[in-house]
Design a binder for this molecule. Structure first.
Ligand code: GLA
Length: 360
């Protein structure tokens, strides 16, 4: 237990970029994320009876009871309250603290700031209570917190990437068994995130509807994990079920081919797979919007290896793969042309595979 006089606990949790394997996690499919160098820091100043967190730039400090109960919190504090509740449910003794959250992760860009908040808070509360959980147990707990906080039935992608990240490595994760292995990201590859300027919030999108459609399609086939299916399984399904499943089945295959392309240093093949992933998300899964399609087109025209929408879709950012020496030129050309056409967004962020969450 942290005494008021003890040195402060500081935890840090990164955002994530999923290289490929989008909308596959909640059917037990394959994903290939990296943790990035931007994230959320939580500085604990002292122990207390309740949990009070301030933040730089997100309003007044808010307080929730040490067991996560009480009236429903608002804004980002909902994630904190939900994590506290989930930790209480697995037996972590209630502890209070006073602290401050700060972030260099752009919110609403599809870089998973909510998962980073959940993980930073969970790590701090565990540290203060001398309570330990394995990284993947913590990831699953934070995934449940997301559902508890905002009712979004997300998969394990964001929280797992945040906790398992490694310098220069992507994480090839089977979302059913949670088995994973590291894939080296070639040093001549540059990864850009380009913002559409259309804020994305999973609460207000058709995320839950897509998930329900996919689960319905899986039930029709009696399948529990999408990696057991292939394209021949789709015969005879209704149009929507067939298209949702076709995305997931082909996307699982693309994850494996993309991992092999990275391991072989074949950026041309990796780039083509990104383009195919975007087309499948746009046409079969129907989670794109014209602004994201435009960014992908502009990136390809500017000489990128490939690009696709990132995360849940319906706004946020695209991921662009370029040769390291070309990143600045591509970012500049895409940003200028995108702003000229839409009057917004187009900011690019260079990201790199970075270590996962932990104490600082
Ligand atoms: C969001 C969810 C993830 C995942 C992606 C789509 O980021 O939080 O669990 O489903 O969308 O791949």
């Amino acid at each position: 237990m942290l005494e008021p006089t003890e040195p402060a606990v500081v935890t840090w949790a990164p955002g994530r970029v999923n290289l490929i394997g989008e909308h596959t996690d909640y059917s037990g499919g394959l994903v290939l994320p990296i943790a990035i160098q931007f994230g959320i820091t939580l500085e604990v100043d002292s122990a207390a009876e309740t949990i009070t967190l301030g933040s730089d730039g997100y309003g007044e400090p808010q307080t929730v009871p040490a067991d996560g109960g009480g009236a429903a919190a608002s804004g980002w504090m909902r994630y904190v309250q939900a994590v506290v509740g989930e930790l209480a449910a697995v037996g972590r003794p209630p502890v209070g603290l006073v602290g401050t959250i700060s972030s260099d992760l752009p919110a609403g860009s599809g870089l998973s700031s909510s998962a980073a908040v959940e993980v930073a808070v969970a790590l701090a509360l565990c540290a203060v209570a001398d309570f330990e959980l394995e990284p993947l147990e913590l990831a699953v707990l934070c995934q449940r917190a997301e559902l508890r906080a905002v009712g979004v039935p997300c998969g394990i992608l964001d929280q797992a990437a945040c906790l398992l990240g490694r310098e220069r490595q992507a994480i090839l994760l089977d979302c059913d068994s949670l088995e994973h292995r590291l894939i080296h990201v070639p040093t001549d590859a540059a990864l850009l995130i380009v913002d559409s300027g259309v804020p994305r919030s999973l609460e207000h999108t058709a995320y839950g509807e897509r998930r329900a459609q996919l689960e319905h399609a899986m039930q029709l086939l009696g399948a529990t994990r999408s990696t057991d299916l292939d394209l021949s399984s789709l015969a005879g399904l209704d149009d929507v079920s067939a298209r949702r499943l076709r995305h997931v089945v082909t996307e699982n295959a693309r994850v494996e081919r993309f991992a092999a392309a990275l391991e072989g240093g074949d950026l041309a093949a990796a780039g083509r797979l990104l383009g195919e992933s975007h087309a499948s998300l746009r046409d079969d899964y129907e989670v794109s919007i014209p602004e994201l399609d435009l960014l992908v087109e502009l990136a390809e025209a500017a000489g990128a290896r490939g690009a696709r929408l990132l995360g849940g879709g319906f706004g946020g950012s695209v991921l662009v793969l370029t040769d390291a020496g070309r990143a600045e030129d591509v970012a500049g050309a895409v940003g200028v042309e995108y702003r000229r056409r839409t009057g917004t967004g187009g900011e690019a962020l260079l990201v790199r595979a970075s270590p996962g969450a932990g104490r600082r």
